[in-house]
Unconditional design. Structure first.
Length: 480
């Protein structure tokens, strides 16, 4: 996911993708993953988590290879959706295997390390992608992902135990369909609402279907004896707070990647590799912070650590929102470090609160719920920040009627296309157009950062007031 964000400027030019298409190229993957990770996590609980993980790695690898040969945005989006299906099979088996096999006294540390690697993996992906893009095109990212998918399948087959639910129950088909439809239509409405208009019929229909889907899930969950995800779990303060923390932090992380990486490449004129290197400080901060977070929780309490983590991410985003065209890297780095501290703190506390609220036999669903909130947050974050960015970027562009039609369309479609058009135009007119595009980009980036920072501050306040002080322990209380 993070590797693809690094290639967005190249994709905008290579495939002629506008801002909405770029959002769907990024979000086609996360929508499929978010919509399916919960039911596929429950499938893994029943037939074996390793088995589902291996199949998912193969699907992911095959779809990655298909994406490498896509020659239109529609084909690439379709391949990204199938990659998301494979990822939805992979993700629940990773965390649930740890929580189902680690003894209680080591589980918090195992979850913290998992969370740290999950966050740092985004930076590792960008470093690999940056190195590839220095020499080859965006297609190399997907070829490499295909190879990694095969390696992951072999590693899982050789190393992972095939854990499963000791007493599997009937699969909740209605609940699975309802949640999948609700999540998918939610993200569709957010993305297309900005492009088509919030009151257009397709967007209103999707919004209505989304609400109906969540209502059906809630009703079905209270009527069936073995729901896919018991709605009553959201009555548990630890489970509810953990879901909010994970959702909002990933909303911020991947929304930031979507816009922030373009800032490094388009405004600071960094190469893909240099842009990835510029984000290394996040990984350097996240990993050690995540590993010491369990100790912080034991000292000051879960609720305050959760709130502090979200507040730090928000402060980092607000810091970056104050940048201008000539700010350079140093101020950007300052906001990055502050946000990285918050990510390290929030990632492990949110995940631990979710998995600690369910029994060992239901760790597949617990892991899938963690992944669902991550991916819903990622999809919604990209959708919100992409939509806010796109609207503010368009609104702050100058009058383009004096430009050739093709150049004007390129400017409207994306900042990358606009800067390419300015370079082709050349001379004082090209320099003037380039400055206008960069200014519009900064306005869009600032507005998108502020929008998510507000959400983070509200979530932080909610955690400080309502989250439990102590970490939930699934081995002491059966919350089911």
């Amino acid at each position: 996911m993070s590797a693809l964000n690094l290639a967005l400027p190249d994709l905008a030019i290579s495939l002629g993708a506008d801002n909405t298409a770029l959002t769907w190229i990024a979000d086609g993957y996360t929508v499929a993953l978010a919509a399916l990770v919960l039911p596929l996590g429950a499938v893994g609980d029943r037939i074996g988590r390793r088995s589902v993980l291996i199949v998912g790695a193969i699907v992911f690898g095959g779809a990655s290879l298909a994406a490498a040969y896509a020659d239109t945005t529609s084909t690439l989006i379709a391949a990204r959706v199938v990659m998301g299906v494979g990822a939805a099979m992979i993700m629940p088996g990773t965390l649930s295997t740890i929580t189902a096999t680690f003894p209680p006294e080591q589980r918090s540390r195992g979850v913290a390390i998992w969370s740290g690697f999950a966050a740092a993996g985004a930076i590792i992906g960008m470093l690999v992608a940056g190195s590839l893009l220095e020499r080859w095109g965006w297609e190399s990212i997907f070829i490499t992902s295909a190879v990694v998918g095969v390696v992951a399948a072999v590693a899982a087959a050789a190393l992972a135990p095939n854990t499963r639910d000791r007493d599997p129950q009937r699969f909740d088909v209605i609940g699975a369909l309802a949640t999948s439809i609700a999540i998918g239509t939610l993200v569709f409405a957010i993305i297309e609402g900005n492009d088509r208009g919030w009151t257009t019929l397709p967007v209103l229909i999707c919004a209505g279907v989304c609400v109906l889907g969540f209502v059906v899930y809630a009703v079905q969950g209270t009527r069936t004896q073995h729901p896919l995800l018991d709605p009553q779990l959201f009555g548990l303060s630890g489970f509810r707070a953990g879901a909010i923390v994970v959702l909002t932090q990933f909303m911020a992380i991947f929304g930031f990647f979507f816009v922030g990486l373009q800032y490094l490449q388009l405004i600071l004129d960094y190469s893909p590799l240099l842009a990835a290197i510029a984000l290394i400080p996040v990984a350097a901060v996240v990993m050690p912070t995540a590993t010491v977070t369990p100790r912080l929780v034991s000292w000051v309490g879960l609720k305050y650590v959760m709130a502090a983590g979200l507040a730090l991410i928000a402060v980092g985003l607000l810091w970056i929102s104050r940048l201008h065209v000539d700010s350079g890297y140093a101020p950007f780095l300052g906001g990055l470090i502050v946000a990285g501290l918050g990510i390290g703190v929030a990632s492990s506390t949110g995940t631990s609160a979710i998995v600690g609220s369910l029994t060992r036999d239901h760790q597949g669903v617990a892991s899938a719920m963690n992944d669902t909130t991550r991916e819903v947050g990622s999809a919604v974050g990209i959708a919100i920040m992409g939509s806010v960015f796109s609207s503010h970027y368009s609104n702050h562009l100058p009058d383009l009627t004096t430009l050739p039609a093709q150049a004007a369309d390129a400017v409207r479609d994306s900042a990358a296309g606009g800067l390419a058009a300015a370079e082709q135009l050349g001379g004082p007119p090209g320099a003037q157009l380039g400055a206008a595009v960069r200014g519009a980009f900064i306005d869009g980036m600032s507005a998108s950062m502020i929008s998510v920072a507000v959400v983070l501050f509200v979530a932080a306040l909610g955690c400080a007031l309502k989250a439990p002080r102590q970490q939930p322990d699934s081995d002491v209380t059966d919350n089911r």
